[in-house]
Ligand binder design. Structure first.
Ligand code: NAG
Ligand code: NAG
Ligand code: NAG
Length: 270
């Protein structure tokens, strides 16, 4: 698959849904220079890593890559994924980093070829996904915390016809599963009947969720098949939806390649 980086942003489409709680940022960045009592200043500026911009109007909903973030079916997280083969301290003109990590890491998209081999062979990779689907108005909705996403749950959500993008916030966010190193199979996702219900009864073409798979572990392949068979639904997995009010937002997906030099970075691939 052709890899590319993805930064997802939600910006408030309605001013009434713009409040961010003080729980942001969701990752505490420990900075040794501040620990030593040194402050920033012109000589030693300290980078500010933000997840909320524009006075709470824009939210970064992609996860920062860290060695301790969860990796599919692993106890150990993704581990080291970034190296600095060219460094200014060692005489290079610039710092150049190298990254290696599973494409299913962090906030990422699933292409149709992910679970359907004939689509993989035919080249249905992430480059073939529709940018018009990836960008536009999206509904952020909370699902009941006592169940996986079944047909019955989908029916109860009463998502109006015409809604094309839905980010489903689940118990996974409350449990902070994306911040836990050890992969957890008990995450919430779509059961097969929930996926089939969505395909049949709604206009949703972008399905977002807050852990590494839209499909519950028990229905892993059947739910993916229900979503991806038609090749018109895009799955966005591993979203960071903490502390954002439910509501309608403008969703932006920025694809980019870039050269991170620090030990954490963010983006995505599939
Ligand atoms: C360049 O690499 C050095 C390590 O050699 C690192 O300390 C420094 O922060 C890097 N500079 C930038 C701009 O990333
Ligand atoms: C610079 O090179 C030395 C010797 O090869 C190596 O041990 C060190 O880790 C390098 N430093 C950086 C910042 O790349
Ligand atoms: C969702 O399904 C998983 C198995 O795929 C199960 O372990 C978990 O308990 C279920 N969650 C809820 C809230 O029912």
């Amino acid at each position: 698959m052709t890899p590319f980086c993805l930064l997802l942003l939600l910006s408030a489409a309605l001013t009434s849904v713009t409040t961010a709680s003080t729980a942001y940022p969701s990752i505490l960045v420990t900075d040794s220079t501040t620990d030593c009592g040194l402050s920033g200043g012109d000589e030693n500026p300290i980078p500010v890593r933000r997840e909320v911009y524009g006075n709470g109007k824009i939210f970064d909903i992609s996860h920062r890559y860290t060695a301790d973030m969860p990796s599919w079916e692993s106890k150990d997280g993704i581990g080291q994924f970034l190296w600095l083969p060219k460094s200014m301290k060692n005489g290079s003109l610039a710092n150049n980093s190298e990254m290696k990590l599973p494409t299913h890491t962090g906030t990422h998209l699933d292409a149709p070829g992910h679970v359907i081999d004939r689509y993989f062979d035919a080249g249905f990779d992430v480059d073939t996904l529709d940018l018009e689907v990836l960008n536009g108005l999206a509904l952020l909705i909370d699902v009941p915390r006592d169940n996986n996403i079944t047909a019955e749950v989908m029916d109860s959500l009463k998502i109006p016809k015409g809604v094309r993008r839905v980010l489903f916030r689940t118990l996974n966010t409350d449990r902070r599963l994306m911040f836990q190193k050890e992969f957890d199979t008990s995450y919430v996702g779509f059961m097969k009947d929930g996926a089939e219900w969505l395909v049949k009864n709604t206009d949703i073409k972008l399905v977002g969720i807050d852990y590494l798979s839209v499909a519950a572990f028990d229905d892993l392949i059947p739910s993916h098949l229900a979503f991806l068979e038609g090749r018109d639904i895009i799955l966005v997995e591993g979203l960071k939806l903490d502390d954002i009010q439910p509501g309608i937002y403008s969703m932006h997906s920025h694809q980019m390649m870039y050269s991170p030099s620090n030990d954490d970075s963010k983006g995505f691939m599939s």
